[in-house]
Write a protein of this length. Structure first.
Length: 273
């Protein structure tokens, strides 16, 4: 759409310059409308893209493929029709790869991507579907997002502007949607996370779709340690029963990797809740 608009504006400019060669030419809204008639429209390009799934681009738009970007929902039956809206496709680019790495179901996708709802043949493992309970987050309440730094500060986080008073070597960085908002001492980080989860489950002060990820500091090579919080839309989350509160809590893909999740309550044991 961006490239088509740019080419349309270039065509409009050329049409106006052509009309301007006439004697006593004055640029008015009528002349602009007259020039626009010779530029064609942009709706055909969009209609063609939605119908065929093929994008015609000069720059390539940085995409791995230019075909199969859209599909027509088949209404063979109701379940087949609805499955289109829960489908997740890795892309046709990976079908040409000989390795099976792109087709594997990784631990961070467990519970979000159905392990059996994938077709046989070439798209196996590439065309997946969301699980029945998987939810896609909406735009959160701005007021609840603004409350997150306040709640964190109340339970031990040191705001960024006061970080010079803290021993940063023994502290975790706190990020909210990719923005550093402060630091928390490593000895109280776990307790802070537990408190924040209680607010999250209630959903009155902070969003119930808040993703809380505490990456611990390890002696071995691992992910960068810190407390990472996410509130943005279009994230996959799934409901779990929090055994401490016996209430439903939504967890995200990055979050569940650092959580202790059991299939039945009997599998849980003290010290790992």
């Amino acid at each position: 759409m961006n490239e088509k608009l740019q080419s349309w504006l270039v065509g409009l400019k050329l049409s106006i310059l052509k009309l301007a060669k006439a004697a006593n030419f004055t640029l008015t809204s009528t002349e602009i409308k007259k020039a626009a008639k010779y530029c064609g429209g942009i709706e055909y390009t969009l209609e063609s893209f939605l119908a065929t799934g093929t994008v015609h681009s000069v720059s390539g738009l940085g995409l791995m493929q230019d075909k199969g970007l859209t599909i027509v929902a088949e209404n063979i039956n109701r379940m087949r029709y609805m499955s289109h809206f829960r489908a997740v496709h890795r892309g046709a680019f990976f079908q040409e790869m000989r390795t099976t790495e792109a087709r594997q179901l990784l631990p961070d996708a467990w519970g979000f991507i159905c392990p059996v709802h994938t077709p046989d043949g070439a798209p196996c493992g590439l065309l997946n579907h969301l699980t029945m309970d998987c939810k896609i987050t909406d735009v959160p309440d701005d007021e609840k997002v603004k409350n997150i730094p306040i709640v964190l500060t109340e339970y031990g986080m040191v705001p960024l502007k006061y970080s010079d008073t803290l021993d940063l070597k023994n502290s975790y960085v706190v990020q909210l949607d990719g923005r550093i908002i402060g630091y928390v001492p490593s000895n109280i980080a776990a307790r802070l996370v537990d408190k924040l989860r209680l607010f999250k489950i209630k959903g009155k002060t902070v969003p119930n779709t808040l993703e809380i990820v505490l990456v611990p500091l390890k002696k071995t090579i691992s992910q960068y340690p810190g407390l990472f919080l996410f509130t943005g839309p279009s994230r996959m989350m799934r409901p779990l029963c929090n055994l401490l509160t016996n209430k439903i809590e939504l967890v995200g893909t990055f979050e569940q990797v650092y959580m202790d999740i059991c299939v039945t309550p009997e599998e849980a044991y003290k010290g790992k809740l």
